[in-house]
Design a protein. Structure first.
Length: 583
């Protein structure tokens, strides 16, 4: 049973009957939507369709609402229907409709809340982080790492086929400057104090580490080598060194990219598709030229992006023959579509806002209007006990993402990176994130899960054991035919009501690319469970039937909490050090 969907169908059918009978003079049937009332005293579901069609029907909204209710059969899962306010139709579900949620969760386990997406929008590519391989990931990259993987997880649970990708910006002048910077540090360490990092080069201490690694490998072999050959050698060594660091940091943080796309490959000859030995950049620019979307002016090559909604045309190739970064974007986004994705999502920093129109224009010119969606992320501001933190105590430089997760841990870092909408800046207080008490929401949520595991261990006789299959433990202590009709306390109903919202919450979070809603949901679910635990004794319930029913409710809560945390990339521990004896 799906109360929301079932009610929606019944209201739509009632509207059709009212229109057919002449009770409502409507030319079109409005879309029927149901929402959770903010006040639980107003029922389980509310419908506003009467307010939206009253003007067309030339009736008072309450009259329209009453007509709809009159033409609706009485659903067997509804306790009562009430018309409230200016014309809301409020539905109060019977207790067994909520109790059925417990059965459904425990049957479906990790599949609870999964949805399906219509064809034509299912295969989605999400590209995120995509940092230059000229330095370690910074804290901002960490936000994209958390956001991208959580968004992918949530969209998969909602029914999308999601492909995660990292674009490596490994082509162009900045890579050469990186190589020259390593050369300067190498020579300095070998006694040439006058060797200087070039203007616009890289001065971080990590460059010293790369230079030292080269010395450890080759000694002074490169001191008198050809400058270009040395730069290329050091550039490639540094590139591999940084990429190894980025890959290991991502892997540690729980990011598992299915493709690491090199920008360099876009300039290499290819026989894919119709390129015929040309590089993707050359082939796709030739295609755009053939259809009249590229022209030459002042020795440069331009794309007519203004013809596709951009504010002005954009340079693809400069007068000196060098390609712009935009040329890579032209080829890369076209290749994404050629690889069969229905929809492309890029996660960029807010400072890249000005690039959206030009990339969208290219896709429109290439025959894919509307294929690109860009999620912009705001900055992360680091604090320690309320005071801004800008430099690492260890290095005196920018705090790297790896340093942050070393100090705070992966779970807390992920939670705090995801607790706000991507269009809002994050104030990340390191000391707050490290707290192991109820003031830290990630601890509070995880503790709810651990507390339920404690209940199940104690109920099944496994109190001293760890790393258990909690589904199997629950099966041991909760009979398959457990009677849930005894679950009627306000705290029990509130917990079941919150779990019944899970599927809708997932669908909306996926649609809106808003995994932050899961952090809010997890906290609300944890709060309701802690209230239930405090007011409804489980192991010391007044009789065995009530004990078993409450164990089943707790077990369902465990499952939903674990799904929620896992979709965020956060662990759901079975035991936590503040865990107290379950009651």
């Amino acid at each position: 049973m799906q109360p929301r969907e079932d009610l929606g169908r019944l209201i739509s059918a009632a509207l059709d009957l009212a229109i057919a009978s002449g009770a409502l003079a409507l030319e079109t049937t409005p879309e029927v939507t149901l929402e959770r009332p903010r006040d639980e005293g107003h029922g389980d579901w509310a419908c506003t369709v009467a307010l939206r069609c009253a003007k067309q029907a030339k009736k008072n909204p309450r009259e329209v609402a009453q007509t709809i209710v009159d033409y609706m059969p009485e659903p067997d899962f509804v306790e009562k229907v009430e018309i409230a306010g200016p014309g809301f139709i409020n539905f109060y579900l019977k207790h067994d409709a909520l109790q059925n949620v417990v059965v459904k969760v425990r049957e479906q386990k990790g599949d609870y809340g999964k949805g399906t997406i219509p064809e034509g929008m299912r295969r989605v590519q999400i590209e995120y982080i995509s940092s230059n391989p000229t330095g370690p990931m910074h804290v901002g990259h960490g936000r994209w790492a958390a956001l991208g993987s959580a968004m992918a997880n949530v969209m998969r649970h909602a029914g999308y086929d999601v492909f995660e990708e990292f674009y490596i910006n490994d082509h162009g002048v900045q890579m050469d400057k990186f190589g020259v910077s390593i050369v300067a540090r190498y020579l300095q360490q070998l006694g040439q104090a006058d060797a200087a990092v070039p203007e616009g080069g890289y001065n971080g201490l990590y460059v010293n580490d790369i230079a030292k690694a080269i010395i450890d490998r080759d000694g002074d072999k490169w001191v008198n080598a050809d400058e270009h050959e040395r730069m290329v050698e050091f550039r490639e060594f540094g590139y591999a060194y940084i990429m190894d660091n980025i890959r290991s940091t991502c892997e540690r943080f729980g990011n598992h990219f299915e493709r690491w796309q090199s920008e360099r490959e876009l300039y290499a000859p290819s026989d894919d598709f119709w390129f015929d030995g040309r590089s993707p950049v050359e082939a796709i620019l030739d295609k755009l030229r053939e259809q009249g979307d590229i022209y030459d002016e002042d020795g440069a090559v331009w794309f007519r992006s203004s013809a596709y909604g951009d504010e002005k045309d954009r340079v693809l190739q400069k007068s000196d023959g060098a390609y712009t970064y935009f040329a890579s974007d032209v080829a890369y986004h076209y290749l994404k579509k050629m690889r069969g994705f229905d929809h492309l999502i890029d996660i960029w920093g807010a400072d890249h806002h000005g690039y959206i129109a030009r990339v969208a224009a290219v896709l429109a010119a290439e025959g894919f209007p509307g294929a690109l969606e860009v999620v912009l992320g705001q900055l992360v501001n680091l604090f320690r006990d309320g005071k801004p933190v800008r430099m690492s105590k260890r290095t005196g430089e920018m705090i790297t993402f790896e340093e942050l997760i070393d100090e705070v841990g992966i779970d807390a870092t992920r939670y705090w990176m995801l607790d706000r909408s991507s269009d809002q800046p994050i104030d990340f207080d390191i000391e707050v994130a490290k707290r192991a008490d109820d003031s830290n929401p990630v601890y509070y949520d995880q503790y709810a899960h651990a507390r339920i595991c404690s209940l199940l261990r104690n109920a099944s006789g496994h109190a001293g054991e760890d790393n258990l299959d909690m589904d199997a433990v629950a099966t041991e202590c909760i009979p398959a035919d457990v009677d849930l009709s005894v679950l009627s306390a306000p705290e029990e109903l509130a917990l079941m009501r919150k779990m019944s919202e899970f599927g809708d919450m997932i669908a909306l979070a996926a649609r809106d690319r808003a995994p932050f809603r899961l952090t809010h949901y997890a906290y609300e679910l944890a709060s309701l469970f802690h209230s239930f635990y405090a007011n409804c004794p489980v192991l010391k319930a007044e009789d065995e039937g009530l004990k078993q029913a409450r164990l089943a409710l707790a077990d369902a809560t465990r499952i939903v909490m674990a799904i929620t945390l896992n979709l965020l990339g956060i662990s759901a521990p079975q035991r936590m050090f503040r865990e107290t004896e379950a009651k």
